[in-house]
Design a protein around this ligand. Structure first.
Ligand SMILES: *Cc1c(COP(=O)(O)O)cnc(C)c1O
Length: 378
């Protein structure tokens, strides 16, 4: 069947979601409940339970969450911070915005995380105060525990950017549980997406959590008492209400994402395309599909065919941090090779979102198969 398949469809929500939401918004608006309050506290305690962390502090967006985590970890003017060369630009930006000096670390083609050897050398030679890693695509690096241990042994605070990792489990536990400090984003396209911007910082350390909370609320120690210079990074109450309602459905959404992943895993290999998967020990959240198409002409041909057939696709991310024009003035070095460039040039993301129909998944696979010259008949 020749149907169009979008890359992502955020409008595909559970029946009844909107009417419950409107009732909630109506009551909150009548009561002028806009900042803090029950919805924000409820969201934070639900996040703690869901992600198995002792403290969850909500904030305005995922970029602020990184800046709050870095500031709370004591990063400031002139400190060296390691940042993956393959990540979303916000990871790099956060380092610069807190006054620190970013050094990039190469990627690992097998899982999209940092190259462990390059990371280790950077820890030993660059002596960073903090190292950032980003759990991209819906899983974490194969060597997560080694990364955490290495940082611990060298007194380097590891900040884990979990913006894409909501629902990811490693060795039967939430990936956030074992992190010293980690973050997420509630940008609408993320796994737990809001009706706008939002984010959160997670930690098991009460002192760090207090610091994050204070920094995100003007450094407040009392209503008119300021123990730090922070900024306003509070999550709106209406946003928290939307997220609480979304949390009611998050398990079903993640199950549906994982079913789509399983479908692709079962059917895509026959088309000849190379599919990237979560390393052993992970239960991925189905955030995105990652195919690797290293030959530029093949990739261009496939993309043209997908476009012509009305199939959405993406490339997260098309280029590394160190080659962005905006990075030049701040970059203080790079560890490792240029595997990141190779990864960025090869990634092709096919449609993946909750409640995709099997006919849609089949159509995507058929078009890929036909474009790659298999025996798929369209
Ligand atoms: C989305 C994202 C962010 C930033 O989150 P915002 O809420 O958009 O500020 C940071 N890091 C990664 C890896 C992301 O995917």
């Amino acid at each position: 069947m020749k149907i169009n398949v979008p890359f992502i469809d955020l409008k595909r929500l559970e029946p009844g979601f909107h009417s419950v939401l409107m009732e909630k918004f109506h009551a909150m608006t009548l009561n002028a409940q806009f900042i803090g309050g029950a919805e924000v506290s409820m969201l934070e305690s639900r996040l703690q339970g869901e992600l198995q962390v002792a403290h969850a502090v909500t904030c305005a967006n995922g970029t602020d969450a990184l800046q709050l985590a870095l500031r709370a970890a004591g990063v400031g003017e002139g400190d060296v911070v390691l940042v993956p060369n393959v990540t979303f630009w916000a990871t790099f930006e956060a380092v610069v915005n807190v006054g620190a000096k970013p050094i990039t670390v190469d990627a690992d083609l097998s899982d999209g995380g940092v190259c462990f050897e390059a990371f280790e050398r950077a820890i030993l030679e660059a002596k960073p105060k903090v190292a950032l890693v980003a759990h991209l695509y819906g899983w974490g690096t194969a060597r997560l525990l080694e990364l955490r241990k290495l940082c611990c042994e060298h007194d380097v605070v590891l900040v884990e950017d979990g913006a894409q990792a909501f629902g990811v489990r490693y060795q039967n536990e939430s990936i956030y549980k074992g992190a010293h400090i980690s973050t997420t984003s509630f940008y609408p396209a993320k796994v737990l997406g809001g009706a706008g911007d939002g984010g959160a910082v997670f930690t098991n350390d009460a002192e760090l959590a207090d610091k994050v909370r204070r920094l995100g609320n003007h450094g407040r120690t009392a209503h008119y008492g300021y123990g730090d210079v922070g900024w306003n990074s509070r999550l709106d109450s209406l946003q928290a209400a939307f997220l609480n309602l979304s949390l009611d459905h998050i398990d079903a959404r993640i199950v549906s994402r994982r079913e789509a992943v399983a479908y692709y895993q079962k059917t895509l290999p026959a088309t000849g395309i190379q599919l990237m998967s979560a390393p052993a020990g992970y239960e991925e959240n189905g955030y995105c599909n990652v195919c690797l198409v290293p030959e530029p002409e093949v990739k261009a041909g496939l993309e043209a065919r997908l476009k012509a057939e009305g199939i959405g696709f993406g490339n997260i991310y098309p280029s590394v941090m160190s080659s962005q024009p905006g990075a030049a003035a701040y970059l203080r070095g790079h560890f490792g090779a240029q595997v990141g460039e190779q990864l960025c040039a090869s990634v092709l993301n096919l449609p993946l979102f909750p409640y995709m129909a099997e006919t849609e998944l089949q159509r995507v696979v058929d078009v890929v198969g036909a474009a790659l010259g298999g025996d798929h008949v369209l």
